[in-house]
Design a protein around this ligand. Structure first.
Ligand SMILES: [Zn+2]
Length: 406
């Protein structure tokens, strides 16, 4: 396999997580009687451009099917994050009724609704039917397509180029990252701005966030690599911010390469920080598997110990990252009988691979478990506060290492 950005032959493995079903393929009772498809889940690193990337296995269309269950609006902290971003970018770029905003992967309209409310014309791009329909109900026009250069050129011709293109947690999810980036350029006005948010590879490595690796997530990105990808497409990164979301993300600000805006100091500062943290050193990547295996083994040891002691453990949050962790660790309902989740679309279904049932959080009233394992550790404080009424329960997270929350 060759690097998806620079075409260098990929020799080095970052991590091999064995085989797993697509992490968002939640199963119905009927589907439990059918065979389940597993794909290899192996991640490589390119020695040339340092793009960390999943090995090729299947078409994106197989993974993002109509049943894709994630609605962004179910997380209140994410809604707040989206609102704050909208307010600040509207002010910073002086957007108004004559501006045009495009969001790629607009999901259920969790973000663009803020632009609608401000009277700023916008367009969502979202291939997933259920979430696209939810956004349309909020008055957001949505194109049900995958974004790339071809679609971007159509938009530029039939609609207009954008003053602002937003991509939150989509850049890492696209198989052809070069085509996507050329699309950003094609759909952007000469003076326009692109903002992208993606989990920062530096945090993934430091915090052993191997559970954020799944098939839908093709790339794991540093500023160094994104800078190269942007440059190759005729774009430039002129500012970068760090965000606490998803365990540590970057928000980059891009423009056309020839734009008159000067780069902020934060761009060079972050590039230096990545270099200091040895993100362009092979051994950093070669040590990762060992660190991930330790976290996995510690979780298994904890679950086995509670089983021996007769203690009850329930998980909270049927997130994609939970699927990676549970499938890699081989955890099944005997060790973890239930996962609670507030999303109605997941309740009554089963986790892919592990087949652990997903139930409404209300069942915690009857169960009052000894331990709640919070799978989406990135929102552990939010979850712990929501469940504060479970006074006899101890909360636990498994990443970066097994931790009892106090
Ligand atoms: Zn490369």
């Amino acid at each position: 396999m060759k690097c998806r950005h620079c075409q260098t032959e990929l020799i080095h493995t970052f991590i091999d997580l064995g085989y797993a079903p697509p992490s968002n393929a939640y199963l119905t009772v009927e589907q439990l009687k059918q065979p389940e498809v597993y794909f290899p889940l192996k991640v490589k690193v390119c020695e040339q451009c340092w793009l960390v990337q999943t090995e090729d296995y299947a078409q994106a269309d197989d993974l993002f099917n109509a049943d894709y269950a994630y609605f962004s609006s179910t997380s209140s902290s994410w809604l707040t994050h989206a609102k704050c971003y909208s307010e600040s970018i509207i002010e910073r770029l002086e957007l108004g009724s004559k501006s045009y905003v495009i969001e790629v992967a607009s999901n259920d309209g969790y973000l663009l609704k803020n632009f609608v409310a401000a009277g700023i014309p916008c367009l969502g791009i979202e291939p997933t039917t259920g979430t696209a329909a939810a956004a349309e109900q909020l008055g957001i026009p949505v194109l049900r397509e995958f974004f790339g250069e071809t679609l971007a050129k159509q938009i530029a011709e039939t609609k207009q180029q954008a003053d602002l293109i937003i991509g939150n947690n989509v850049f890492a999810h696209v198989p052809d990252i070069n085509d996507f980036t050329r699309g950003l350029r094609a759909a952007l006005k000469p003076e326009g701005t692109v903002t992208l948010e993606f989990p920062h590879l530096m945090q993934l490595i430091q915090q052993v966030q191997f559970d954020t690796i799944y098939h839908e997530h093709f790339s794991y990105l540093s500023l160094f690599t994104v800078n190269k990808i942007f440059a190759a497409a005729g774009l430039r990164i002129w500012d970068v911010e760090t965000l606490p979301t998803h365990g540590g993300s970057l928000r980059i600000y891009g423009c056309h390469a020839q734009d008159s805006r000067k780069n902020s100091e934060s761009v060079n500062n972050m590039l230096s920080l990545e270099l200091q943290n040895e993100l362009q050193t092979l051994v950093t990547y070669q040590q990762f598997q060992q660190r991930a295996d330790k976290a996995k083994n510690d979780l298994l040891a904890f679950l086995l110990e509670q089983k021996h002691l007769g203690k009850s453990v329930v998980a909270y949050g049927a997130a994609a990252k939970g699927n990676t962790l549970l499938n890699y660790a081989g955890v099944k309902p005997d060790l973890l009988p239930v996962i609670c989740d507030a999303a109605l679309s997941k309740q009554g279904k089963f986790m892919p691979g592990s087949h652990i049932p997903i139930l409404a959080p209300e069942i915690l009233h009857q169960r009052s478990p000894d331990y709640v394992l919070i799978l989406p550790w990135n929102i552990k404080t939010e979850v712990k506060n929501q469940l504060a009424w479970l006074t006899q329960t101890t909360f636990v997270t498994a990443i970066p290492n097994l931790e009892i929350l106090t």
